[in-house]
Design a binder for this molecule. Sequence first.
Ligand SMILES: [Zn+2]
Length: 222
Amino acid sequence: MTDLLPYGLGTPDLVEFQPGYFVEREIVGDLQALAEVAKANGFELRVESAYRTFEKQLSIWNRKARGELPLLSETGERMERPTDEEELMYAILTWSALPGASRHHLGTDIDVVDGAACPEGYEVQLTPAECDGMFAKFHAFLTARMESGTSFGFSRVFVPGRGKIKPEGWHIAHLPTSRKRLEHFSLDVLRNIYERSDMECKRVVLARLPELAEEYIYPYFV
Ligand SMILES: [Zn+2]
């Protein structure tokens, strides 16, 4: 039977780590350990995004394609929705993963901020400006732990110079577990899932799938 977990389908073994945020059971111990070390250093590791289903990612993708969610340019400003389907697809890809190929499907990846540095009532955006601003000390702490091999298996994956996805300092992955999840990832399976799904820009995504994988998927299999 095909393992559908890497695509955000099937039934992963999830644990609710923080209210509303689910992660793969295997990473809970290490994530708890990281949160405790953070706490001892004055930070509050707060999860802003965790496991996401294929349906959820498809909904984000389709709403962006239909103009129901704002499209942002590479520099983060709101942009006009391109009428050309290929341009529209690339515009969505600037900030959103292809459904079925988001690392959030793995249950091993989370977006984190420092709850202790978050002003009362502030709505987190997950932007580079926040990483360099209010959460800078927290990110410096995470970087130091990762560089010294004391981050309990967590690393950043969306880093400068890798693939075409914008760097995301807030996104951390439990690599020992995600590698296992991605072992049997197959582009043919993803293609079959797309062919059966109600996905905007499907024609151009299918036509370009091998190139898209080289630029937006495989570089992040680390
Ligand atoms: Zn993320």
